[in-house]
Design a protein. Structure first.
Length: 132
């Protein structure tokens, strides 16, 4: 039974790595970028945006940051900004410490809307489609 569980966890880890690599590769293979618009941005502005969102780092660094933010949970304590709750998909209050919170699965900022993160799009209510 232990071998079975270890094998399942190993496969789950492998699937996570393969899916994250495919997703990351496809997003970088698409022509253009998150700041490509009909109106061209000045090079200085584009450089500042790329530096702010760490898009000027090598691809392997970007991938490792992407996986780390999704896979590793973070424990915060003390008074936190309410904006931090919207960065993480999972926010669990912990019974110890002053305002200790377990935060997990940060999918990063939205490049299109400054007031939203990628997680905030998952909380949108979509209309239900009924089929007969």
């Amino acid at each position: 039974m232990t071998r079975f569980i270890i094998r399942r966890i190993s496969w789950m880890f492998l699937v996570f790595v393969v899916v994250s690599l495919i997703t990351f590769t496809l997003m970088h293979a698409v022509p253009g970028g998150p700041f490509t618009q009909e109106k061209r941005l000045p090079e200085a502005t584009l450089a500042q945006l790329n530096a702010k969102y760490n898009l000027d780092a090598p691809l392997y660094v970007q991938y490792l940051d992407y996986v780390r933010d999704i896979a590793l949970p973070v424990i915060t304590s003390g008074k936190q900004s309410s904006y931090l709750d919207h960065q993480y998909l999972i926010n669990v209050s912990l019974p110890f410490g002053d305002d200790a919170t377990l935060r997990w699965m940060n999918f990063g900022p939205s490049y299109k809307s400054v007031s939203r993160t990628a997680v905030s799009y998952t909380h949108l209510t979509l209309p239900t489609i009924y089929s007969v």
